[in-house]
Ligand binder design. Sequence first.
Ligand SMILES: [Zn+2]
Length: 467
Amino acid sequence: MKLKIALALALSLFSGAATAEKIALVNGTLINPGPSQIVRDATIVINDDRIAAAGDGKTISAPKEARVIDCKGKFILPGYIDTHVHFFQSGDLYTRPDAVDLTKVRPYADEVAWIKTNLPDTFARYLRSGITSVVDVGGPFWNFEVRKIASATAKAPRVAVAGPLISSVSRPQLDLGDPPIVKIDNPEQAREFVRKLAAQNPDLVKIWYIVDKDHPVDSFRPIVRATVEESHARKIRVAVHATELETARAAVEEGADVLVHSVIDKPVDNAFVKLLKDQHTILCPTLVVFERYGRTFANKLNLTPEEKAWGNPEVIASLDVTKLPPGQLPDRIKTALADPNAALERIKKVYDVALKNLKTLEDAGVTIAAGTDAGNIGTIHGPALFREFQLMKEAGLTPMQILQCATANAAKLFGGETGAHIGKIDNGNFADLIILRSNPLDDISRASEIDTVIKNGVVYSVDSILR
Ligand SMILES: [Zn+2]
């Protein structure tokens, strides 16, 4: 116990090292997407790590001792939140040997070592992208260490985490002794595993509800039920990967709090929409990830300018499949390269369903939280969120709705005490905000025109973040 207190003290001293101060942002336009609030000529007062006052500049004045930042012509928003990332994956070509085995080109142990060494760089790329909080929805037990490292690192987002995924299938290729995916065979095993996870104080318990002809929806359902019961008894929420309509329906009927992907096999029906609304289920669409495996393998990758500029260059360089040694091409990549149009056609089919479903759920008032599944092959940690915004726009969401998904709604998914104090510029909330050079409500593409990022009351001009 003493050790724990000492550690907590050390962490708090360390995180205070980047000096927070009293700051006043004046003359800018404040946008709080949650309540669709727009305040022109606003004043925002930041005291240390918290927002002390925010609103009309005529009623709020900057304290004398405050450092004043003139935001004339600029737009101030809560920092973005990506509610679906995986820090145990780099986004490079070698990060999922269970999908394409390239371990002869780069051993998986080397990949994992690189990921651990580069964690501070990955954190900084989120801040550069204006993302001040993220939810890691599943990885090895090492994920809990990631959360601790992030909270002790100034240039890092706030991190909520789930531990290893509870699944009907195993992925031995990813098991170096601390596997990110654990096969659970019966409800009692599920309960035991939840108790083991609970000892680490997870923000979420994650289920990987994989359905195929060997694993029908109903065979795994009792395990979902036991996992939810055991988690809820400990006040831990449950997030479920379920991409087919019937799998997603079963998950929510069993009490899932979060669906971490879109439904991609068929249009959602009224009963499903009502179920999500009645249960207050949050859905995270992760549209970008659905195109990135296929496009990478077919050599048709469509990285945005933001991804090219702010993504990790080593990760991006690895994604050029034409640079692989010819003798080492896995079949999945060979097939994709032989017929790239087939890969693009498959992606289009997924989007034909997923984008319509997003619009249906948004119109119905289901809580949608923005997320990317960054870390998967081709989905770039940090700036992938701006490709997600483009796709949400294609689905028919307005800029304000998209920003709601990436702030106030995402804060709900983040959850806990921290989740209650992010996603909105409001008195008492954490001073996590971004200053944009132009108005994202005119065009969501402007959401990436970031001038300044403020995390935990510390001000970073964007050019200072990636060295
Ligand atoms: Zn994921």
